[in-house]
Design a binder for this molecule. Sequence first.
Ligand code: DGL
Length: 263
Amino acid sequence: MNRPIGIFDSGLGGLTVLKVLAERFPQESFCYLGDIARLPYGNKSPETIRRYGLQILRFLKEQNVKAIIIACNSASTVFLGEHDFEGIPLFNVIEPGSEAALNVAKDSKVAVLGTSATIRSHAYRDTLKKLNHSVEVIEQACPLFVPLVEEGMVDDPITEMVAKKYLTDVLAKDFKTVILGCTHYPVIKQDLKKVLGPDVALVESGDVLALKLEHLFNNQAKFSANSQRRIRVCITDLTDHFERLAHHLMHPIEIESLEKIVL
Ligand code: DGL
């Protein structure tokens, strides 16, 4: 079997990234780790998030992965600027997300939505400014979005109401480019679009990460051609609810094995 690509998130939201990559690279195997037992990371301190993150990077290394993607934005903030973990290429979602937003934002105005940990770290603001010092950035923590997604409240008037509150500034200040700086937010993209209107571009990390991976392995053809792929999802807690949610988020891509593991 080919060496898998490792993906790490605090929960199941990172499956939004896995799905994009699994569709883009149909020959590749993936090993996903969702730290559901300790979710959410978004309200924890940088020290705790880093301690959890290092445990997970070690776990993925033991699975013989050839690259690791930190899909979790909150965790990405504490590994920013680190592109290697003990010899394995390491990717975060902040840098590619920022690059993608700047490519879209013709008016050099970018709004960032994220968990409290992500917004408090100012990782997106600092990365955006490093790439383009004249960019105007506003940041908005949206702590209620994660539980709304976990409860399956997609295309729901309550989610829309919460979004209206969080997006007041984005709308009032006329920002047309919005980074979805949390793994869970692509799931409620339609609710956000309803509030923001059709002219606002929502930037997600999955697509940009795919380009980075292609670049790393030179081109798609070199991506483990002619081998049987395996999609393995490991989570640190397993309930019926999470099992259903995992299959729902990955549909129509099939998860070959959903395992509960102890770190
Ligand atoms: N995965 C987290 C992120 O992208 C959201 C969920 C959490 O708070 O752990 O920031």
